[in-house]
Ligand binder design. Structure first.
Ligand code: DGY
Length: 437
């Protein structure tokens, strides 16, 4: 394990750029929003000062309305498409000086701050840092509840698949079916950097770029996007991250004497958790699913996102048990436990693909979230299995971006999938090695 820790540390150090960490050389050469949160947690185990710098750098990209973009382009780099000129976030009157994208990512900062504080045994210097950034993180939550919840029901929407983080989950296939897009010229870089069969297709990229083109036409105006975007989804992962961050900001706010913000966060959370259980739990599937606000329908497919409400302590015991059954001898593990936990999409579905990005492979950040979620519900046995599976993959292959879930196939593989030396795989490995279970 010592060796694993050393290699993980070397990955983070190799990706450090004087103030922030890129997710992966070449493939992702800028600062990414939710990556940075997980990476900061990794730095807490090595260089807590870097964790602070990481978060400060991300917040430099925050817009004046509280919005936090999914990429901050601190530095030039020509190995990534679409870069800052494609996103053109400066069309929004709220965008900051530093170039950013105009879409967001799952809001992890609130709970990351609390995790780091706990991992550092409530270190006063880190609590002072939380005091410094608390209002900025709170402003991001206020942005979501003000601008991304048109029915004022406690659930926020995402308007782009890249906002989900689960970029090409098969769930989006059902959205792409509802509208047509031009055939764009796509100067993609990713498909020549790594095995193209592990990445989304060009046909999918045309949808991704088209949505950005629409948002630019609308100057990234939230009201227009809510009224007109063909992609408007209530995502169980995204909303779980927001609710978990609310949970943490409530506890941290109490420590810091932020009574007014705490009261508001509590009000948001009560409404959010109730509506989440009513609207996003599919009783037939026994799990949480995505909701298409445009088509007013549930998208009834299980994915690793379905389990993340455990992390945010949203389900009661009954719903939690039905989630765990999928992991414990159910479709995600297989009856004979022939699958490692946890595939990113339902392995029994026709749409599952064990090598293609978010259409099936195992991702370390989702495993970490589900691991912590299982601990929240006292399932240390299942949490331990998830942790063992995760560390075995990292130990065998190194810090790839994603991994094969089929136990048998893993016997003959010598590599993981996607990019290598991937920062959050390393950062969360460090955290898993440190946690008590
Ligand atoms: C990519 O380019 O694949 C990223 O996930 C977008 O944020």
């Amino acid at each position: 394990m010592n060796q694993l820790k050393k290699t993980a540390a070397a990955v983070l150090k190799g990706n450090w750029q004087q103030g922030f960490t890129i997710p992966c050389q070449g493939l992702y050469p800028f600062q990414w929003n939710w990556d940075s949160g997980f990476i900061a947690l990794g730095w807490a185990h090595l260089e807590p000062e870097y964790a602070q710098q990481e978060i400060r750098s991300l917040l430099k990209g925050q817009w004046s309305n509280g919005f936090l973009p999914h990429i901050v382009f601190h530095n030039p780099a020509d190995s990534y498409y679409p870069g800052p000129e494609v996103h053109a976030a400066n069309l929004s009157p709220h965008s900051p000086e530093v170039p950013t994208s105009g879409i967001t990512q799952p809001p992890v900062l609130g709970f990351i701050l609390e995790y780091i504080l706990n991992r550092l045994d409530k270190d006063q210097a880190f609590l002072d840092f939380i005091d410094e950034v608390y209002d900025a993180v709170y402003a991001n939550h206020e942005y979501f509840y003000t601008h991304r919840d048109p029915q004022q029901e406690g659930l926020v929407y995402i308007c782009h698949n890249w906002e989900a983080g689960t970029d090409n989950t098969p769930v989006w296939d059902f959205i792409w079916d509802t509208f047509e897009v031009p055939k764009y010229d796509l100067p993609r870089k990713d498909t020549s950097l790594i095995d193209a069969s592990h990445r989304p297709t060009n046909a999918e990229y045309c949808y991704y770029i088209h949505l950005i083109e629409l948002f630019k036409e609308w100057n990234y105006n939230d009201t227009t996007i809510a009224a007109q975007s063909p992609f408007l989804i209530q995502d169980p992962l995204f909303n779980s991250m927001l609710i978990a961050s609310n949970n943490s900001l409530i506890r941290l706010g109490a420590l810091l004497g932020k009574a007014q913000q705490v009261a508001q966060l509590e009000a948001w959370n009560i409404k959010a958790k109730q509506r989440f259980n009513e609207k996003l739990f599919d009783p037939e599937l026994g799990g949480y699913v995505y909701y298409d606000l445009r088509g007013e329908r549930r998208l009834s497919h299980l994915s690793s996102s379905s389990f993340t409400p455990l992390f945010a302590e949203i389900p009661g015991q009954e719903m939690a048990s039905s989630l765990m059954n999928h992991l414990d001898g159910g479709r995600f593990s297989g009856e004979q436990f022939e699958r490692l936990l946890c595939a990113s999409f339902d392995p029994t579905s026709d749409l599952f693909n064990s090598q293609k990005y978010w259409r099936g492979p195992i991702w370390i950040n989702l495993n970490w979230l589900i691991y912590e979620g299982l601990l929240n519900y006292g399932r240390t046995d299942l949490a331990q299995r998830l942790k063992t599976d995760t560390l075995a993959l990292l130990d065998k292959y190194g810090f790839y971006e994603y991994f094969e879930c089929d136990r048998e196939k893993n016997k003959s593989l010598s590599q993981g999938y996607g990019g290598n030396n991937f920062s959050w795989s390393a950062a969360l490995c460090l955290d898993l090695l440190k946690s008590n279970q």
